[in-house]
Design a protein around this ligand. Structure first.
Ligand code: BGC
Length: 364
């Protein structure tokens, strides 16, 4: 027995030495398997809350996996984003993770990336008009819109036979963002039957993206359009529901509604949708000024993208779950779609606080 133990001990010691020896000959690969390789992360703007979180989560998770990260924000300027990406190429980035400002504007710079053999992952927003985009990771954007549209249908009882008529206006996201069209389709597919039956009435008649899109999803643009709608069509009647595609647009709408006296017993806030669960808007949910939002856990998106980066660096296939939806005009980009989740005043605590996404004090 004793002899057996000592043989085992010698064996273990040898095994340990072998491990030590190999780990000394293999170059150190940092905290994870990233080996200090540079990854460029291009984000659209710091002015909307979510992108700050996306950038932070990407940087943290990539660094934890052993990569170096060049994280840049372009303040919604296409030229700035293009030159930031050029810089990443010059610095020797091996993978570019890009949340584009204008999905159509990166063709040239991505040709340069392709010449250097750099892989490209479109982050959240599809990059269009080029074959040089390898993968796409996002939330199911159609489903985001469907959650919004379905909410309006159910909140007004239309699915239970309510005939209204109820007044509705619809807003669209940025016209240069592919997501805006998917979100709009998801929402309108839910609402269309009731618009056609006359249970929902859009007094402005504005439904096309050219009429309803808000450039760069800006609150100011949404507020200005809502002011115009209220003045032109709702001076003698309250508006009952507003399909807003995201939270920054909903914030502009809330400002406009408040200025027009909504939020009183004879002018209650209309049903108002959103997306992102931005802190400002979660406060609106709690205060009853916005009805719902859609939670997209940017930690999950970041971890999927880090998984894609890892796979690309190892030369294996990244995990995808959609090969049909996201046609960028040149090819269908293999995608991973994360699941968006309905959020309102009743479930925000569980979704956002219990999960550690926000701290309770941030929502006060
Ligand atoms: C994103 C949304 C975001 C919007 C404005 C879209 O591409 O999917 O989450 O609200 O951009 O930043």
């Amino acid at each position: 027995m004793r002899k057996f133990v000592s043989i085992a001990a010698v064996f273990m010691l040898l095994a340990g030495l072998v491990t030590l020896a190999t780990s000394c000959t293999v170059p150190s690969r940092g905290g994870g398997g990233g080996g200090g390789v540079l990854i460029g992360v291009a984000m659209p703007t710091k002015s909307l809350q979510r992108w700050n979180q996306d950038g932070e989560h990407m940087k943290k998770q990539l660094e934890a996996a052993g990569y170096k990260v060049d994280l840049q924000y372009a303040e919604d300027s296409v030229e700035t984003q293009v030159s930031q990406i050029e810089n990443m190429i010059t610095k020797g980035a091996k993978v570019l993770v890009i949340a584009s400002i204008d999905g159509e504007a990166l063709k040239g710079v991505l040709e340069d990336a392709a010449k250097e053999g750099i892989k490209v992952i479109a982050y959240d927003r599809l990059i269009r008009g080029t074959e040089h985009v390898d993968y796409y990771a996002t939330f199911d954007n159609y489903k985001v819109g469907a959650l919004q549209g379905k909410y309006i249908v159910e909140a007004l009882g239309l699915d239970k036979g309510e005939k209204g008529p109820f007044t509705l206006e619809v807003f669209g996201g940025s016209p240069d963002d592919n997501n805006a069209y998917f979100v709009n389709d998801g929402g309108m597919d839910q609402l269309r039957p009731y618009i056609e039956s006359g249970a929902l009435v859009i007094k402005s008649g504005q439904v096309d993206m050219e009429q309803i899109a808000i450039k760069a999803w800006k609150s100011e643009g949404a507020q200005a359009r809502m002011d115009n709608l209220l003045t032109a069509y709702y001076s003698d009647e309250n508006i009952d529901a507003i399909l807003s595609p995201n939270d920054s647009i909903a914030a502009g709408i809330v400002a406009s509604l408040k200025a027009a006296g909504y939020g009183s017993p004879d002018k209650p806030f209309p049903i108002l949708t959103g997306q992102d669960c931005d802190i400002t808007n979660v406060k609106y949910l709690i205060a009853g000024e916005q009805s719902m939002s859609v939670f997209k856990d940017t930690r999950t998106l970041a971890s999927k993208v880090v998984g894609m980066v890892d796979a690309l660096m190892k030369g294996t296939e990244p995990e995808i779950n959609d090969t049909t939806t996201y046609d960028n005009g040149v090819k269908i980009v293999p995608s991973y779609l994360c699941e968006p989740v309905f959020a309102n005043a009743s479930n925000y605590k569980e979704l956002l606080i219990d999960s550690g996404y926000y701290k309770e004090e941030q929502l006060k």
